[in-house]
Design a protein around this ligand. Structure first.
Ligand SMILES: [Zn+2]
Length: 122
């Protein structure tokens, strides 16, 4: 795991949770009463009503899943390492994008290789 101070870890945890709650709220606002808040994790693009911006909700759900993975890494102290090269992702990048799974170099390479994939996690 990348070498963070206790203080940085606490900040990262807060940023993760904040982003997660924001996403949960956004999705809930878009889907309105159609989906129970506690069922948000069960949503996928196949059961979203037609009048909803599926691409947007899909992206938000994907980001939530990434945040869940990040939270898990954080609790297992494996957080902050790029999933491709194993180098540190960097504190500034993680604060800005708590769901980031790759360092900037690998993310750029990834986006070049898969230009149609979601860029929500940057
Ligand atoms: Zn990397």
């Amino acid at each position: 795991m990348a070498n963070f101070t206790e203080d940085q870890l606490a900040q990262l945890k807060t940023a993760l949770q904040k982003r997660y709650l924001e996403l949960q709220e956004e999705i809930h606002r878009e889907l309105g009463h159609r989906v129970d808040e506690k069922n948000i994790n069960l949503i996928d693009s196949r059961n979203i009503p037609d009048d909803i911006d599926i691409a947007l909700v899909d992206r938000q759900i994907n980001e939530m899943r990434e945040l869940e993975i990040s939270s898990k890494y954080l609790s297992e102290l494996e957080f902050g390492d790029c999933i491709d090269c194993g180098e540190e992702i960097g504190f500034d990048r993680l604060i800005a994008y708590p769901s980031a799974q790759r360092c900037i170099q690998c993310q750029r390479r990834y986006e070049k290789a898969y230009p149609h994939e979601s860029t929500s996690s940057l």
